[in-house]
Every structure is written in C-alpha cells, then in structure tokens.
Design a protein around this ligand. Structure first.
Ligand code: UDP
Ligand code: MG
Length: 316
C-alpha cells in the first residue's frame, strides 16, 4: 500500500460524497495503491450510513466507527493506528483542506522528507474571533515550547510510515498530533495553501473543544505555565514584602498612616487570585497526569470493515 488517507468525521453528511469524489479525482491519476480510512467519531447524522454505502461499492474505502464522540485528535490517532500505507495523509472532511494539495504534498515527501505539512497562507469563511485566537495560540505556543511547532498549521499533512510508527510509540492520552509530529523530528518541510470555507454543515469544534486542544498542546509541550506560576509567586511576595516594610516605616517612623481595611482587602484579594491561578495551572497538569495513569484505551471501536491484522494500541 502506497498511500492511506485518514479522514475524521463528525456530522459531515453534507460533505462526504463531495469529498470522496474530489479525493478520487485527485488520487486516482497518481497511480498508487491507496486506501481511504474514514473514522466516524460518534456522528449524530447519517455520516456513517453514507460511508458504509461508499464502502459497499469501493473496496478502498475503509471505515472505523467509534462507540461515541472521542474527539478529532483521537479519531485521527485511530486512523493512523489502523493505516498501512507507506505514506499517510491526514485531511479534514469538510473540504477546507483542498484534496488537490495531496499531489504536491506527496511529491515533496518523495523528495526525501518524512513530514510535509500544509501551511495556511490565508483562511476564508471563519469568524474574526476564531482566526485571531488561532493566530495568537500558535504564536504563544511557538514561544513557550522548546520544540518548533510550525505556526498556522493544522493537522492537514502527509507523513511517512516511519513517523506513524514513532507516533504509535507515544502513549499519551491528551493528543496534540501536530506537536507530537514536530517533536519526532526528521526532515520536515511545508507547502503553502489558502484555506477554503467549509463546504457544508457546521464546525464540530466548539469553543470548549478548542480550549481543550489548546491546553493539551501547551501542557504536553511546555512547562512554562508552571514556571510562570512560580515566578509570579515570587514577584507578588516581593511586592508584598516591600509594602510590609513601607507599612512598618509609616506606622513607627513617620507615624503618617491611614488606619483601615482597603489596603488589606486589596492585598488579600490579589494574593488569593494569584494563588488560585497557580493552583489552577497545577491542576491542568495533574488532570493530564491522572488520565495517563489510568491507562484507559484511547477509543472504543464499535464497528469497522478493516479486517487485516493491524496493531491496535497495545497495553503492556
Ligand atoms: N471532527 C471530529 N470530531 C470532533 C470534531 C470534529 O472528528 O469532535 C472532525 C470533523 O468532521 C472534521 C475535522 O475534525 O473532519 C475538523 O473539524 P472542523 O471542521 O469542525 O473544525 P474547524 O475546521 O472548524 O476547526
Ligand atoms: Mg473545518
């Protein structure tokens, strides 16, 4: 098998047919042995039926049906786990990632790279808030992590079998695949593209899912927030100490002071706030630690037409 194409699906009934046709139009002329792996991530619409319908006519269509919604990153992970292609493309189902780009991605991979990611030059049809938060997030992440995670890049990319195998060695529960791929290293390069509007349907990425992804990315690849908590602790206690000195000075030396509670209140509230933030940051890390300690399987498959023996994520 030369190429596997992994497509996470969450309520994409409006796009599946069009996506399949465009993919066939692109990959067909490349003269490769290929497969599509549709991962149905607990869709509530007719997505699964549509994929099964495609699979009944085209044996290159494989599908994995999850028992519930496990999230985009987990869906991609499952697709990678069960893929066998020498190269694997990860692509969204909503046609925001143009299938036509697979040709240059594949060419660059053949020129001796292990990862070729698709970098968004522009993005259309997304709210100003989403574009702004995404831009900000990628830049903060780039600053505070010690691996170089490319900015303005989603999961749309092609990776070689070597990279898939390396990903399978990374057992973390909170997946941030684009970060993990940067961490893995090898020769990586990119192709630029203009991100289109969603073809049909609505985004499955709610704000809470985006916040979770952002926190997963940060906590998995950076300890900067923990250090920031420590540093702010030092700064606040330093300031508090100076205020203490000043209070003693005005109380006993100049004897010019305002008796009362405003300063007391402010310092208590301020300290309380800083402490809560610090505890919250620690909590974010601990919750991920405990998820990893629990060692649950990442996902549960309720149905699939993939029969060959592939390595499921194993638990030793
Ligand atoms: N998706 C998924 N599970 C989810 C949410 C989204 O598998 O819980 C899929 C979705 O079907 C699409 C891809 O992930 O193929 C990207 O999602 P979406 O287009 O909603 O995100 P956006 O482009 O708005 O960031
Ligand atoms: Mg999308």
């Amino acid at each position: 098998m030369d190429l596997s194409i992994v497509i996470p699906i969450y309520n994409e009934e409006d796009n599946i047919r069009a996506l399949y046709e465009r993919l066939c139009g692109v990959v067909g002329p490349m003269h490769l042995r290929y497969e599509f792996i549709f991962v149905n991530d607990g869709s509530k619409d007719r997505s699964l039926a549509l994929v099964q319908e495609l699979a009944s006519h085209d044996e290159r269509v494989r599908y994995i049906d999850f028992s519930r919604n496990f999230g985009h990153q987990i869906a991609v992970t499952a697709g990678l786990d069960l893929s066998v292609g020498e190269a694997v493309v990860i692509i969204d189902a909503d046609l925001q990632d143009p299938p036509e780009l697979i040709v240059p991605l594949y060419q660059k991979l053949q020129q001796g790279h292990e990862v070729v990611y698709a970098k968004r030059r522009t993005r259309q049809g997304e709210s100003v808030a989403k574009k702004f938060t995404a831009k900000l997030f990628y830049r903060i992440l780039a600053r505070i992590t010690n691996i170089s995670i490319p900015v303005d890049t989603g999961d749309f990319r092609i990776i070689s079998r070597k990279v898939v195998d390396a990903l399978k060695l990374m057992p973390e529960q909170s997946k941030f695949i684009r970060g993990q791929i940067s961490w893995i290293g090898y020769r990586q390069t990119y192709v630029e593209y203009d991100r289109a509007e969603r073809a049909g349907g609505e985004t499955g990425y709610t704000y809470s899912k985006m916040i979770k992804l952002a926190l997963d990315g940060i906590t998995a690849f950076s300890d900067a927030p923990l250090k920031a908590a420590t540093i702010s602790g030092f700064i606040v206690s330093g300031v508090a100490f100076l205020v203490l000195l000043y209070t003693l000075y005005s109380r006993f030396v100049t004897k010019e002071y305002e008796p009362g509670w405003p300063s007391l209140m402010t310092s208590i509230l301020f300290l309380g706030g800083v402490q809560l933030i610090a505890v919250g940051i620690i909590g974010e890390y601990i919750s991920r630690l405990s998820a990893n300690v629990r060692q649950r399987p990442l996902y549960i498959i309720s149905d699939t037409n993939i029969t060959r023996k592939t390595q499921q994520p194993t638990k030793e």
